[in-house]
Design a protein around this ligand. Sequence first.
Ligand SMILES: Nc1ncnc2c1ncn2[C@@H]1O[C@H](COP(=O)(O)OP(=O)(O)OP(=O)(O)O)[C@@H](O)[C@H]1O
Length: 242
Amino acid sequence: MTSTIETRPVAAAVTPVRFHQVGKTFGQGGKAVVALDQVDLAVAPGEFVCLLGASGCGKTTLLNLVAGLDQPTTGRIELNSSRPAVVFQEAALMPWLTAAGNIELPLRMAGVGKAARRATAAELLELVRLGGVGDKRPHELSGGMRQRVALARALASTTDHTGSGAGKPSLLLMDEPFSALDAITHDVREAVRLGQRVVLLSSRPGRVVREWNVDGLTDGAETGAVDEVNAALREVISSHAA
Ligand SMILES: Nc1ncnc2c1ncn2[C@@H]1O[C@H](COP(=O)(O)OP(=O)(O)OP(=O)(O)O)[C@@H](O)[C@H]1O
């Protein structure tokens, strides 16, 4: 396992998202917080990239920039995708709608007919292993179950129903989506297992300090990668605290 990334050859035209020297500063003068600085990052089509860093290193800021919820202060973001779907730290479900109703919401907004909406919601509920709870409301579900409903809703919204994003890849942005999931506890192991690439950010300013290609590792290599990422993460956390 090498600690330097083998950057995949990505054709510029199909790269769903590419950061060019992106910086984001909140506030001005002495009180300014440089959240991100000179971030260069490209995500390949179909690639699952996990961002890791100390609390406050700029992960949410970076996702907000990709989602178009905020603008960079410097640099440029190239997006070649349909509208990104976001799963937030808090599930943010509509409390008055059932689980199925929440998943159907983006489909309803896209003008998808009732029968097709029902079928898609049922399929997505099965996918996130919540087949039996479509008629439950959020307060009747556990935190992990609510997060899975939010994931299913995001997946529903990444499907292009209008044709306006035709031919463009979709982007799914997840801010600590699995921290509330029932069976998964460890962020780094989770990132190495689920991701194809792990990107480590430093704190204030948030910069890309290291990347690992963690695609298709064997069990032994996976454990080695987890140890290596953990050590690097501890290093950025302690240098931030110093
Ligand atoms: N709207 C804002 N105004 C001022 N400062 C902000 C704002 N949003 C974020 N920051 C600051 O920018 C830095 C990055 O914040 P961000 O929320 O992106 O971190 P994070 O990596 O997502 O943190 P966590 O892992 O704790 O959720 C932090 O220092 C934070 O205090």
